[in-house]
Write a protein that binds this ligand. Structure first.
Ligand code: GTP
Length: 311
C-alpha cells in the first residue's frame, strides 16, 4: 500500500512537472514551499528566487516590476490586505487573473484544514479572447436591435421601453412629464418629388437636428415612418411648449441640403402632459390627438392635448 502511494505521488510530481498548468504549495503561514515550472512562468521568476518567499513578498515584487499578475491598485499594501482577507476564506476558491502581458489564468486555491494551500493556475487566454469577441458581438447585436437603422437614434421598441422606465421613475417622484409626437409635414410630397432616397436623407437630417437641440437625458426615438417621439422628465407645461416651439422653429428655419438641393420642411408637434400614474398608451393617444389637431389646423405648429391639466 505504502509502495503504491509512493509510486502515485512520484507519478503526480512527474506529471505536475510536465504540465502546462501551474502548481504551487504554500505553507499555513503563506510561504511558497514548492512549485512547478508552469507556475514560476506566471511570475517570470526562477525557482531559486521564488521558493521560500512569502505570498506578500512575491506580489510586492510583481507590483514593483510590473511582471506577472496585473495589480490594479495605487497602493500594494492596501491591495494585499484586501486579498489576504480572501485567501483561505473558504477551503476552495476559483478566480480569474489577468497578467500584465495580456494573458489570462484561472486560479484555484485548495486549502487543507491545517492552512496549507495548493494553488493551481490554468491558461485561459484563448477562451477569454473568444469570450471577449462574443461579448462584443452581443453588444453590437443589442445595439442593432435597439437602434433605428436609418437615423441611428432609438427605434420604437427601445424608445418605448426607455419612456416606460422613465414614466415609472417620474410617477414615483411625482414629477411632471411631457411627451411629444413630431411628424414631418407633407412628407409624402418629399418622396414623390425628390425620390425615396432623398426622403430618407431628410429623415436622417431631421433626426440629427432634433437630437442636437435636446438635453442629454431627454429620450428621443423614431416611432415609425416620419414620426418621432420625445419624452421630457421634470418638465412643466410652459417649458414643454417652449421646447417644442423652439424645435419647430429650428426645423422650419433650417435649409436641408439634399442631393445638392436646398430643401425646407416643417414639423407638426402634439404634446401630452402628465404627472402621477401615467401610462405610455395614454400619453401616446393624447399626443396623437393633439398632433391630429396640429395637422388639421394648418401644420407647422405645436398643439397641447386639451385635457392635460397640469401646472
Ligand atoms: N423615404 C422614406 N419615406 C417614408 C419612410 N417611412 C414612411 N415614409 C413615407 O412617409 C409618407 C407619409 O405620408 P403621409 O402619412 O400621407 O403623411 P404626409 O405626407 O407627411 O402628410 P401629413 O403628415 O398629413 O402632413 C408616406 O409616403 C410613406 O411612404 C421612410 O423610412 N423613408
Amino acid at each position: 500500500m505504502k509502495n503504491s502511494f509512493t509510486h502515485f505521488a512520484a507519478k503526480l510530481a512527474e506529471f505536475a512537472d510536465a504540465s502546462r498548468d501551474g502548481y504551487a504549495i504554500f505553507s499555513a503561514d503563506d510561504i511558497l514551499l514548492c512549485a512547478n515550472k508552469a507556475f514560476l512562468d506566471v511570475f517570470f521568476r526562477p525557482e531559486a528566487e521564488l521558493i521560500g518567499q512569502s505570498f506578500a513578498a512575491i506580489m510586492r515584487n510583481a507590483f514593483r516590476t510590473q511582471k506577472g499578475p496585473r495589480i490594479d491598485a495605487d497602493n500594494i499594501e492596501t491591495w494585499l490586505s484586501r486579498v489576504q482577507q480572501l485567501r483561505r476564506s473558504r477551503d476552495f476558491r476559483l478566480f480569474e487573473v489577468d497578467l500584465v502581458d495580456g494573458r489570462w489564468f484561472l486560479f484555484s486555491e485548495q486549502t487543507l484544514p491545517d492552512g496549507e494551500m495548493l494553488l493551481q493556475t490554468k491558461d485561459i487566454t484563448k477562451q477569454k479572447i473568444v469570450e471577449q469577441h462574443l461579448n462584443e458581438h452581443t453588444r453590437k447585436l443589442t445595439d442593432l436591435a435597439l437602434t433605428d437603422e436609418l437615423t441611428q437614434i432609438a427605434n420604437r421598441r427601445s424608445f418605448v421601453a426607455s419612456v416606460q422606465a422613465e414614466i415609472t421613475r417620474c410617477s414615483r417622484q411625482h414629477c411632471a412629464m411631457a411627451f411629444f409626437l413630431l411628424d414631418i409635414d407633407h412628407f409624402k410630397n418629399v418622396n414623390d418629388t425628390y425620390g425615396h432616397q432623398a426622403g430618407d436623407e431628410v429623415l436622417r437630417q431631421v433626426a440629427r437636428l432634433v437630437k442636437t437641440t435636446l438635453r442629454e437625458y431627454d429620450i428621443f426615438g423614431r416611432i415609425g415612418g416620419e414620426e418621432f417621439g420625445i419624452f421630457l422628465a421634470q418638465t412643466s407645461r410652459d417649458t414643454a411648449i417652449e421646447v417644442a416651439e423652439r424645435l419647430r422653429q429650428q426645423i422650419a428655419d433650417e435649409k436641408l441640403h439634399i442631393d445638392g438641393r436646398e430643401l425646407r420642411i416643417t414639423l407638426s408637434v402634439g404634446i401630452a402632459l402628465a404627472r402621477d400614474n401615467a401610462k405610455f398608451e395614454q400619453l401616446y393617444a393624447d399626443a396623437d390627438a393633439a398632433l391630429y389637431q396640429a395637422k388639421h389646423s394648418g401644420r407647422n405648429r405645436v398643439v397641447v392635448a386639451e385635457y392635460c391639466v397640469i401646472l
